[in-house]
Design a protein around this ligand. Structure first.
Ligand SMILES: *[C@@H]1O[C@H](CO)[C@@H](O)[C@H](O)[C@H]1NC(C)=O
Ligand SMILES: *[C@@H]1O[C@H](CO)[C@@H](O)[C@H](O)[C@H]1NC(C)=O
Ligand SMILES: *[C@@H]1O[C@H](CO)[C@@H](O)[C@H](O)[C@H]1NC(C)=O
Length: 407
């Protein structure tokens, strides 16, 4: 009897630090994590060497949930993003932290969407009567001009939002009908599971992830309408995100609040220090060479102001040295020197690497040539940059690696 109790306590504390008065979640301890075929495909595809041998040696598992693995928009490589179905898949694949990008509706309720104005490419809104409420209703391609549409969460109420079906993110700019326009899923993804994905409010997401006993990473999306919006200020929006977790009695240690806007991070550090302590600064300043240099130079000052977790896109964390080896970048070294943690994004968004990779592989393009090289890059991020977590559109790929290396 006693040992059963002890085990139950252990299982709870593995999921989250239990604390009086807080929900601790349940249900993660017995999960049969499934990594599926893709990690095996990628490992087989690797060039021969010690890393491939090590990864092959882990083929039979066991596989379990890891907080190194951060689900990016659910399991967006194959499931419509920000849906119940995507979260379900991400959990099964071993993600320990699940994401909801947060946007507000016309009635100032919070819902999960990657951008405030992506409903025209991520849902069926144009094919419903709500399409008439869009900021820019659908205009077909004509006379050499591309089709147009722009639909924002702030165009509709939360109740209206809940009637939408999520689809794979994509559109065909040449569409002359709504149906043609909506048919734009990239070839390396699939429409197999795009059968009316279930959209979620922030509260629904919290209940689901809490029920899994896992951790949260909500992102306050940069508004695409002028703020304040109908009296709704940026500060209130940032506060409402935190208030929703408080309402559901989620311990701050389970919540990794993210933003691209430093003002949001500083707002949380000042006004909600328990959440601000692990707020994640998404750093896209690195997108240009000059911005990269400025961002690297600013790290000590950000650390001094209380920022503890930096999150640039992963290309910014490595570089290729004179001997052709992938090594940590100046940005990565500066962040470590300042004593900050690094979470980075996003794996499995790039499709095929044998075509040179994309944005995420821009600094290592010359030394990668096959899909298996994803693990070559991940290995440098994990072992040398020592990142704390990696967002992935297909969590299983990262779970396989994390389990193999005890992360
Ligand atoms: C749209 O049409 C242009 C011109 O015909 C073509 O080059 C392009 O590939 C088309 N795009 C898609 C997504 O079909
Ligand atoms: C558009 O709506 C019609 C009627 O509800 C439906 O039959 C059709 O499948 C929808 N098309 C898409 C692409 O969602
Ligand atoms: C980089 O910093 C310099 C000096 O403060 C500034 O003039 C410049 O605009 C910055 N560039 C970018 C891209 O942030």
């Amino acid at each position: 009897m006693r040992s059963v109790v002890a085990l139950a306590l252990l299982a709870t504390s593995a999921a989250a630090a239990p604390s009086k008065g807080y929900n601790t979640g349940h249900g993660a301890s017995k999960l049969n994590v499934q990594v599926g075929d893709r990690p095996y495909y990628l490992v087989n595809n690797m060039d021969d060497g010690p890393l491939k041998e090590k990864l092959q040696s882990c083929s039979e598992g066991p596989f379990k949930t890891s907080n190194f693995v951060v689900s990016h928009r659910g399991a967006a490589l194959q499931f419509p993003e920000h849906t119940v179905e995507g979260l379900t898949a991400a959990r099964r694949q071993g993600a320990g932290i699940l994401e909801c990008d947060v946007a507000f509706t016309k009635d100032k309720k919070l819902v999960c969407r990657h951008a405030q104005c992506d409903l025209h490419t991520t849902t069926n809104i144009l094919n419903t009567t709500l399409g008439a409420k869009c900021t820019t209703p659908f205009k077909p391609a004509a006379d050499g001009q591309p089709a147009e549409a722009k639909c924002c969460t702030s165009d509709i109420t939360q109740a209206e939002f809940k009637t939408l079906c999520a689809k794979m993110d994509g559109s065909n700019p040449n569409g002359t009908t709504v149906e043609e326009y909506m048919d734009g899923t990239p070839y390396f993804r699939t429409d197999l599971y795009a059968t009316c994905g279930t959209v979620m409010t922030l509260e629904e997401y919290i209940k689901i992830v809490d029920g899994y006993g896992l951790q949260f990473t909500p992102e306050l999306k940069t508004p695409e309408v002028p703020m304040p919006f109908d009296g709704y200020t940026q500060e209130q929006y940032a506060q409402d995100l935190i208030n929703t977790f408080k309402k559901h009695k989620i311990h701050p240690s389970r919540v990794w609040a993210q933003s691209f806007l430093p003002a949001d991070i500083f707002y949380w550090i000042k006004n909600e220090p328990a959440f601000g302590r692990q707020a994640v600064y998404l750093d896209e300043r690195v997108d240009t060479p000059e911005g990269y240099v400025n961002a690297t130079a600013s790290i000590p000052e950000l650390a001094r102001r209380g920022v503890k977790v930096m999150a640039p896109p992963f290309f910014a964390l490595t570089k290729v040295n004179a001997r052709g080896k992938i090594v940590p970048s100046e940005y990565a070294l500066a962040t470590k020197k300042a004593g900050m943690d690094i979470i980075t994004w996003s794996f499995e968004r790039s499709g095929w690497l044998n075509q040179g990779g994309d944005y995420y592989y821009q600094y290592v393009r010359d030394v990668i040539n096959n899909d298996g090289d994803m693990y070559t890059v991940l290995d440098v991020l994990a072992q040398q940059v020592k990142i704390k977590g990696l967002f992935s559109d297909w969590p299983a790929t990262v779970t396989y690696y994390a389990n193999c290396f005890g992360l």
